[in-house]
Design a binder for this molecule. Structure first.
Ligand code: FES
Length: 133
């Protein structure tokens, strides 16, 4: 608050504009989905949705999301590029249980419905498995 109070009025206007643009969805986050075949699908989405929703809304193949994002189907399984793993929220117990059912599970496996799109994930790279079960 002290930082904001010390800003010049022009700076305050800039901060307000950034908040407004973010609220209106004009701040976009880039995510690169790579299919098992190597086919790339770059998308840009607004923060606030999940990585699964980013895929579904952009018709990215390889993400089924049968349960609609309730962490109960594991058909949104992705492999997260190693450099992004430490930027994700921790693996939840339900997510871990669902992933344990997947024969394709790897150390970088995550359920994309459990990854919220935030600005810090701009540039995220995930690969889809050959099959969702
Ligand atoms: S969409 Fe069902 S577990 Fe992610």
């Amino acid at each position: 608050m002290a930082v904001i109070a010390s800003l010049a009025s022009g700076d305050k206007l800039l901060l307000w504009q950034i908040d407004f643009l973010h609220f209106m969805g004009f701040v976009m986050v880039k995510i690169l989905f790579i299919e098992h075949s190597g086919q790339e699908h770059p998308v840009e989405v607004a923060p606030g949705m999940s990585v699964m929703e980013a895929a579904i809304n952009n018709a990215v193949p390889g993400i089924d999301a049968d349960c609609g994002g309730f962490c109960s189907c594991a058909t949104c399984h992705v492999f997260v590029n190693e450099q992004w793993l430490d930027k994700l929220p921790p693996l939840g117990s339900n997510e871990d249980a669902m992933l344990s059912l997947s024969p394709d599970r790897k150390e970088n496996s995550r359920l994309s419905c459990q990854i919220p799109v935030v600005e810090a994930l701009d540039g995220l790279v995930v690969t889809t498995p050959e099959f969702q079960f």
